[in-house]
Design a protein around this ligand. Structure first.
Ligand SMILES: [Zn+2]
Length: 148
Protein backbone atom coordinates (compact mmCIF):
# COMPACT_ATOMS: atom_id res chain seq x y z
CA UNK A 1 0.00 0.00 0.00
CA UNK A 2 2.75 2.41 0.99
CA UNK A 3 4.74 1.40 -2.06
CA UNK A 4 1.74 2.05 -4.26
CA UNK A 5 1.39 5.50 -2.73
CA UNK A 6 5.04 6.35 -3.21
CA UNK A 7 5.10 4.95 -6.73
CA UNK A 8 1.93 6.84 -7.50
CA UNK A 9 3.50 10.06 -6.26
CA UNK A 10 6.50 9.47 -8.54
CA UNK A 11 4.25 8.60 -11.50
CA UNK A 12 2.09 11.67 -10.90
CA UNK A 13 5.23 13.74 -10.56
CA UNK A 14 6.60 12.52 -13.89
CA UNK A 15 3.23 12.77 -15.65
CA UNK A 16 2.67 16.16 -14.06
CA UNK A 17 5.97 17.48 -15.37
CA UNK A 18 5.23 16.11 -18.85
CA UNK A 19 1.63 17.31 -18.67
CA UNK A 20 2.59 20.78 -17.56
CA UNK A 21 5.17 20.95 -20.33
CA UNK A 22 2.49 20.05 -22.89
CA UNK A 23 -0.15 22.31 -21.34
CA UNK A 24 2.23 25.22 -21.07
CA UNK A 25 3.34 24.78 -24.68
CA UNK A 26 -0.28 24.66 -25.91
CA UNK A 27 -1.78 27.31 -23.63
CA UNK A 28 1.26 29.51 -23.89
CA UNK A 29 0.69 29.64 -27.62
CA UNK A 30 -3.08 30.08 -27.62
CA UNK A 31 -2.95 32.93 -25.10
CA UNK A 32 -0.42 34.71 -27.22
CA UNK A 33 -3.11 34.81 -29.91
CA UNK A 34 -5.53 36.63 -27.61
CA UNK A 35 -2.79 38.91 -26.36
CA UNK A 36 -2.01 39.87 -29.92
CA UNK A 37 -5.69 40.90 -30.16
CA UNK A 38 -4.99 43.73 -27.72
CA UNK A 39 -2.92 45.38 -30.38
CA UNK A 40 -5.46 44.56 -33.07
CA UNK A 41 -4.68 47.53 -35.24
CA UNK A 42 -2.56 45.01 -37.04
CA UNK A 43 -4.98 42.09 -37.08
CA UNK A 44 -2.33 39.50 -37.54
CA UNK A 45 -2.95 36.26 -35.69
CA UNK A 46 0.61 35.34 -35.08
CA UNK A 47 1.24 32.18 -33.23
CA UNK A 48 4.14 33.38 -31.23
CA UNK A 49 4.99 31.95 -27.90
CA UNK A 50 4.10 34.06 -24.91
CA UNK A 51 6.97 33.02 -22.68
CA UNK A 52 5.65 34.76 -19.59
CA UNK A 53 2.37 32.92 -19.96
CA UNK A 54 4.09 29.63 -20.76
CA UNK A 55 6.34 29.81 -17.72
CA UNK A 56 3.44 31.01 -15.57
CA UNK A 57 1.24 28.07 -16.59
CA UNK A 58 4.13 25.68 -16.19
CA UNK A 59 4.97 26.93 -12.70
CA UNK A 60 1.32 26.94 -11.62
CA UNK A 61 0.93 23.34 -12.76
CA UNK A 62 4.22 22.32 -11.25
CA UNK A 63 3.13 23.72 -7.87
CA UNK A 64 -0.07 21.68 -8.13
CA UNK A 65 1.91 18.58 -9.08
CA UNK A 66 4.37 19.10 -6.23
CA UNK A 67 1.54 19.57 -3.72
CA UNK A 68 -0.15 16.35 -4.90
CA UNK A 69 3.18 14.53 -4.85
CA UNK A 70 4.02 15.70 -1.34
CA UNK A 71 0.56 14.71 -0.09
CA UNK A 72 0.82 11.26 -1.68
CA UNK A 73 4.35 10.79 -0.46
CA UNK A 74 3.44 11.75 3.08
CA UNK A 75 0.49 9.36 2.95
CA UNK A 76 2.96 6.68 1.89
CA UNK A 77 5.22 7.68 4.75
CA UNK A 78 2.34 7.54 7.25
CA UNK A 79 1.30 4.14 5.93
CA UNK A 80 4.88 2.98 6.27
CA UNK A 81 4.89 4.03 9.92
CA UNK A 82 1.56 2.32 10.52
CA UNK A 83 2.85 -0.84 8.88
CA UNK A 84 6.00 -0.68 10.97
CA UNK A 85 3.93 -0.28 14.14
CA UNK A 86 1.66 -3.11 13.07
CA UNK A 87 4.71 -5.23 12.34
CA UNK A 88 6.09 -4.50 15.79
CA UNK A 89 2.77 -5.27 17.45
CA UNK A 90 2.48 -8.43 15.43
CA UNK A 91 6.02 -9.35 16.39
CA UNK A 92 5.27 -8.84 20.07
CA UNK A 93 2.03 -10.77 19.76
CA UNK A 94 3.60 -13.67 17.92
CA UNK A 95 6.48 -13.73 20.41
CA UNK A 96 3.95 -14.02 23.21
CA UNK A 97 2.08 -16.70 21.36
CA UNK A 98 5.32 -18.58 20.81
CA UNK A 99 6.24 -18.33 24.48
CA UNK A 100 3.68 -20.61 26.03
CA UNK A 101 0.46 -21.25 24.29
CA UNK A 102 -1.52 -22.75 27.19
CA UNK A 103 -0.57 -19.86 29.49
CA UNK A 104 -1.60 -17.28 26.96
CA UNK A 105 -4.48 -15.92 29.03
CA UNK A 106 -2.29 -15.82 32.15
CA UNK A 107 0.34 -13.91 30.28
CA UNK A 108 -2.18 -11.38 29.10
CA UNK A 109 -3.37 -10.96 32.64
CA UNK A 110 0.14 -10.42 33.94
CA UNK A 111 0.70 -7.77 31.31
CA UNK A 112 -2.56 -6.21 32.34
CA UNK A 113 -1.70 -6.11 36.03
CA UNK A 114 1.84 -4.92 35.43
CA UNK A 115 0.44 -2.12 33.35
CA UNK A 116 -1.86 -1.15 36.18
CA UNK A 117 0.92 -1.24 38.75
CA UNK A 118 2.87 1.18 36.60
CA UNK A 119 0.14 3.71 37.11
CA UNK A 120 -1.32 3.06 40.53
CA UNK A 121 -4.68 4.82 40.76
CA UNK A 122 -5.13 7.26 43.62
CA UNK A 123 -6.59 5.69 46.71
CA UNK A 124 -5.31 2.23 45.90
CA UNK A 125 -2.19 0.53 47.17
CA UNK A 126 0.29 -1.87 45.69
CA UNK A 127 1.22 -4.98 47.59
CA UNK A 128 4.95 -5.04 48.28
CA UNK A 129 4.89 -8.82 48.35
CA UNK A 130 3.14 -9.88 45.16
CA UNK A 131 2.71 -6.56 43.39
CA UNK A 132 -1.05 -6.72 43.16
CA UNK A 133 -2.82 -3.37 43.21
CA UNK A 134 -5.60 -3.40 45.76
CA UNK A 135 -8.36 -0.92 46.34
CA UNK A 136 -8.06 1.45 49.28
CA UNK A 137 -10.85 -0.26 51.23
CA UNK A 138 -9.05 -3.62 51.03
CA UNK A 139 -7.17 -4.10 54.27
CA UNK A 140 -5.28 -7.16 53.15
CA UNK A 141 -4.02 -8.37 49.79
CA UNK A 142 -5.25 -11.60 48.23
CA UNK A 143 -1.86 -13.10 49.06
CA UNK A 144 -2.45 -12.38 52.75
CA UNK A 145 -0.09 -9.47 53.18
CA UNK A 146 -1.58 -6.53 55.02
CA UNK A 147 -1.79 -2.94 53.84
CA UNK A 148 1.31 -0.97 54.85
ZN1 LIG B 1 -0.07 -9.38 47.80
Amino acid sequence: MRLICKELSVVIGVLGVIGSFICASILGKSTSVSSSLSSYSSKSVEVTRNWGMTIGIFLAQMIGVIVVCVILYSIGEILENIEMLNGRLYGIESAHKKDDKPKNSDKKESIFTSEISKSVPTGSWKCSDCGTVNANYCGTCSCGKGKL
